[in-house]
Write a new protein. Structure first.
Length: 207
């Protein structure tokens, strides 16, 4: 399997986006756990293992996969206690790992060539009544306009980044994708700036 992530992992630490993603993720997960006593989480796109480690520190039993051999090497060296494996949304993950009450996938779907396959895999990994938590950079009319006016579009669209962002999601398009996959009760949280200019959005969807 080749590395399709486009990331280079020189360390096993969190990056800047985790500063605004993880507090909201923690809030969502702990609310879910307190309500339903959920303790097991699958991370689709675990990268260097830093988010899986944060999930484990919250008290969750974590299983994760990532297509980056380099990322998994870094993760397994730094976090040998975590259950992290090579794999991607294009694999039959539910057959190998089973189903989980929660699937987390942060800043992954914007890199995915076949988003319907990705959504179907997330759905298959969830138990009935389970919750998917998916984040991706936010796009909306006013943010897109602001980037155009300020000349930020070239940098934002990562055209010169090999294997960079290839999908640019809005609330409407991500909701449609998740609904097509069978998800229900889909809600969104916008994070990392005021909502209209949010850096990312987090979709919470139930199976």
């Amino acid at each position: 399997m080749t590395d399709i992530s486009g990331y280079k992992y020189g360390h096993a630490e969190q990056n800047f986006s985790h500063g605004y993603l993880l507090p909201v993720l923690r809030e969502i997960l702990l609310a879910e756990r307190l309500r339903d006593a959920r303790t097991s989480v699958f991370e689709l796109g675990c990268g260097n293992g830093s988010v899986s480690c944060a999930l484990a520190e919250m008290g969750f039993e974590v299983t994760g996969v990532d297509p980056s051999r380099e990322g998994l090497q870094v993760a397994n060296e730094r976090y040998p206690h975590l259950n992290l494996h090579l794999g991607s949304a294009y694999d039959a993950l539910a057959e190998k790992f089973g189903q989980f009450p929660v699937v987390v996938s942060l800043e992954v779907i914007e890199h995915v060539y076949a988003p319907r396959d990705y959504a179907a895999t997330v759905y298959s990994l969830l138990e009935d009544g389970g919750t998917a938590i998916i984040s991706t950079p936010y796009h909306g009319y006013w943010k897109n306009l602001a980037m155009a006016v300020t000349g930020k579009l070239d940098g934002h669209f990562t055209a010169l980044w090999d294997n960079g962002h290839i999908k640019f999601w809005s609330v409407r398009t991500l909701r449609q994708l998740l609904e097509e996959a069978g998800f229900r009760s889909i809600t969104f949280r916008r994070v990392g700036r005021i909502p209209v200019l949010a850096k990312s959005m987090i979709a919470i969807a139930e199976k």
